[in-house]
Design a protein around this ligand. Sequence first.
Ligand code: 5GP
Length: 224
Amino acid sequence: MAILNSTLAFLVLAFAFFFCYVMSSGSYDYFQFVQQWPPTNCRVRIKRPCSNPRPLQYFTIHGLWPSNYSNPTMPSNCNGTQFKMQNLFPYLRSRLKMSWPDVESGNDTKFWEGEWNKHGTCSERILNIMQYFQRSQAMWKSHNITEILKNASIVPHPTQTWKYSDIVSPIKSATGRTPLLRCKQDKSTQLLHEVVFCYDYNAIKQIDCNRTAGCGKQRDISFQ
Ligand code: 5GP
């Protein structure tokens, strides 16, 4: 009986350690590559306006997030290497300044640090710091959302609105995969804020984003 009890206690302890290890090092199903429309960011920041009064007019990177289907905001803030600017080669830094700027306060390095420490650490077994930013840069380069929408005559407009499918459709045609749209509410208007591409566990193959919620699909979307 004593042997059985201690075996059971050992197994429970081993499971608890394993569970803690998995939670702290990050367990995820897929990646969300999130690009944002800077004018929407700045428009909904009422308390602290964006430092640049003329927000960029192209989609920029918000982040590459290892995610779970059961809870898309997890995992986050895992144990791992903390961000250091020296981890990024200078050629990559200059590219990221274009593709991944801090559109809110202009402190690019702090923004990259925050995204790596919160999200990148959870997929460090697959992508180290350099690879995480290189891969994000390559994803951004591979499909120019601003151009795709422009070619479908979807350009910023103060009053015109679109259906969810009007915006998704040209992106799906160009990439071969279904993206996810995320919106921000501004009074009674639903503003296009982010376009999400989904990638497999290794961040190599783009997959459909059809298992998480985005903008209200029944409501018109404004792109300003
Ligand atoms: P997450 O932390 O989940 O990656 O993103 C949420 C946070 O990122 C929000 O607090 C949002 O304000 C912030 N965020 C989005 N875009 C930017 C940006 O360009 N610069 C900074 N500093 N924060 C941003």
